[in-house]
Design a protein around this ligand. Structure first.
Ligand code: FES
Length: 312
């Protein structure tokens, strides 16, 4: 009895310390890195060739402009939803004959159109990933790209001959099952690894003024990092005035105080997101969330800051 109890608690301990299977498998797949290199170079090169319009398009693709949060996760609902409807319509047609066959075809085509948009935003986001996150993103991207290929074959079979419809339905059903895996990996990227999550989401900060230094600690034109009520803050003195915002880049946690500042806009040293000191707004992606904004003041040589508004 005692031995059994010990064995059970050992098994529980082991299961708690074991890395999630997906992460363990992805971590061991070194061949994903060269694939990622090629795709990232292609995406980067594409936007570079476009020049300044390329930067504007990129900001739309990230979700920095128009949406104000990541665009890719929102767009993925289109293909997943349409393909789910398509598979249901196909099998209802086969089982009952009461659903027109065109319903499944139309849903499949709509899903492919949605997948095109999702792929454009997804590959743009992928361009800024690295390490384990990047390998996981390759698995997600390759899975979804494979699904698109299978669904394209299914659609062409449907359009070429009614006799090939059963094979086409089997193919799109198989693709839908693969989508479930791809969507799981995509969800793990966000909820497990933190891709596209606002990296200031779990911070609090001071709602009342707290001292963060004295006048000499903040020389003209330079950024300084301080802590205010547990919140990392970057302070800039420009033309005598103090500006303050969160020092942790909302995109992936880069140290903004190590970035470059020009005309009160700081560029993150990691992936070059740009934030305005005046209001904390993101003015260039890949970040999609603004920085926490703080009010800074100087009284009798003492510098104090407080949040301009609550973070949650
Ligand atoms: S961490 Fe990616 S742009 Fe700052």
């Amino acid at each position: 009895m005692e031995i059994d109890r010990r064995r059970i608690s050992r098994l529980i301990r082991e299961s708690r310390t074991r890395e999630r299977t997906l992460d363990r498998v992805v971590r061991s797949q070194a061949w994903l890195d060269p694939v990622a290199d090629v795709v990232q170079k292609a995406v980067g090169g594409f936007y570079e060739v476009l020049g300044s319009p390329g930067r504007a398009i990129k900001n739309v693709m990230y979700g920095t402009k128009l949406l104000g949060h990541p665009l890719h996760p929102a767009l993925t609902d289109l293909p997943v939803g349409a393909w789910t409807v398509g598979v249901l319509a196909d099998w209802l047609f086969i089982a009952t004959g009461r659903v027109p066959p065109a319903a499944g075809d139309f849903a499949l085509a709509a899903g492919l159109a949605g997948a095109l948009l999702a792929a454009m935003t997804g590959y743009t986001d992928f361009h800024e990933t690295e390490g384990h996150e990047r390998r996981t993103a390759v698995v997600h991207g390759l899975t979804m790209t494979g699904v698109v290929v299978i669904d394209l074959i299914s659609l062409s079979l449907r359009l070429s001959s009614t006799g090939l419809r059963p094979a086409a339905v089997v193919l799109s059903t198989l693709a839908w099952l693969i989508v479930l895996f791809g969507a799981y990996v995509g969800g793990h990227l966000t909820f497990g690894i933190g891709t596209a999550v606002n990296h200031n989401a779990f911070y609090d900060g001071p709602m009342e003024f707290v001292k963060v230094g004295t006048r000499d600690d903040f020389p003209e034109g330079e950024m300084r990092r301080v802590e205010a009520g547990g919140l990392p803050v970057v302070i800039l003195r420009n033309k005598g005035l103090l500006h303050a915002m969160g020092a942790v880049c909302s995109h992936a946690g880069g140290p903004l105080h190590e970035g470059k500042v020009a005309e009160e806009v700081v560029t993150c040293p990691w992936h070059a997101s740009r934030f305005r000191f005046e209001d904390g707004k993101v003015v260039g992606g890949p970040a999609t969330f603004d920085q926490p904004l703080l009010v800074a003041r100087e009284r009798g040589g003492v510098v104090e800051v407080k949040l301009a508004h609550p973070l949650k």
